[in-house]
Write a protein that binds this ligand. Structure first.
Ligand code: HPA
Length: 255
């Protein structure tokens, strides 16, 4: 029975192969009737049940994005199921574009809050009363206690940890420079195509949530370079060792 669910974002899927992960049962989403199946390169979707430093976790390798054609509700089914399996803590990771000019590709950024208004709510439709209440408070989506643990782990590992507000956009196209200026004016520090919906679904179930972005590129118009998924994967890969150490330390500190 997992205590923690960890969702691995773009390029971070290798975490499950790291030596600190003692792997058990693996369940591909395609084996679960009715489950959404992710179609993005580098996102083969499955649950990996494992122990990390003795803590029972379920790792979601690959996630389901709305841009694949799934509804917001379907995109959070794997997170909800992890919650129903017993995970009370959700650790979300993703690759994101940096909007705040103090961010650099390769930076790890603790998500302090999010902007999700550009994507449909995963709670839309009849409320599932067994999971949570109709109107869910979003004042503290990202647990201050867990965020403090992430800060402490980064300090102990001598790692720089940036912090900021993450905006989820629908994708799959990257943003235009005008959209990035808009997001900047709205207070977003980083942008991506996941995470906020999962965090909302988890808070609906009263799971405790923390989230870390790997800044893989500067957002459109902030740098001069055109954006590519390849660049995202290459930068995520170069940050992988640091990211893996941080996640392992966070899991062992909250388990
Ligand atoms: N925009 C949206 N999603 C992303 C980006 C970006 O610049 N980088 C990684 N995921």
């Amino acid at each position: 029975k997992p205590e923690i669910c960890a969702v691995l974002g773009s390029g971070l899927g290798g975490y499950a192969d790291s030596p600190s992960v003692v792997r058990g049962l693996e369940v591909p989403y395609s084996d679960i009737p009715g489950f959404p199946v992710s179609t993005t390169a580098g996102h083969d979707g499955k649950y990996i049940f494992a122990h990390v430093k003795g803590v029972p976790v379920v790792i979601m390798k690959g996630r389901v994005h709305m841009y694949e054609g799934y509804s917001a509700g379907d995109s959070v089914l794997p997170v909800r199921t992890a919650g129903l399996m017993g995970a009370r803590t959700l650790i979300l990771t993703n690759a994101a574009g940096g909007i705040n000019r103090s961010l650099r590709p390769g930076d790890l950024m603790l998500i302090r809050d999010h902007i999700s208004v550009f994507v449909p709510s995963p709670l839309r439709g009849a409320n599932i009363d067994e999971l949570g209440e109709r109107f869910t408070d979003m004042t503290h989506v990202y647990s201050e206690r867990l965020s403090d643990t992430v800060r402490k782990c980064a300090r102990e590992l001598n790692m720089t940890l940036k912090e900021g507000v993450y905006a989820q956009l629908p994708g799959p196209q990257y943003e235009t420079p005008a959209e990035i200026r808009m997001l900047s004016a709205l207070g977003a520090d980083a942008v991506g195509m996941s995470t906020a919906a999962e965090a909302i679904a988890a808070r609906h179930m009263k799971m405790d949530v923390c989230a870390v972005s790997c800044i893989t590129n500067m957002a459109a118009g902030i740098g001069n370079a055109p954006l590519s998924h390849e660049e995202v994967q290459i930068t995520a890969d170069s940050a992988r060792e640091r990211f893996e150490k941080l996640i392992t330390s966070v899991i062992s500190n909250i388990g």
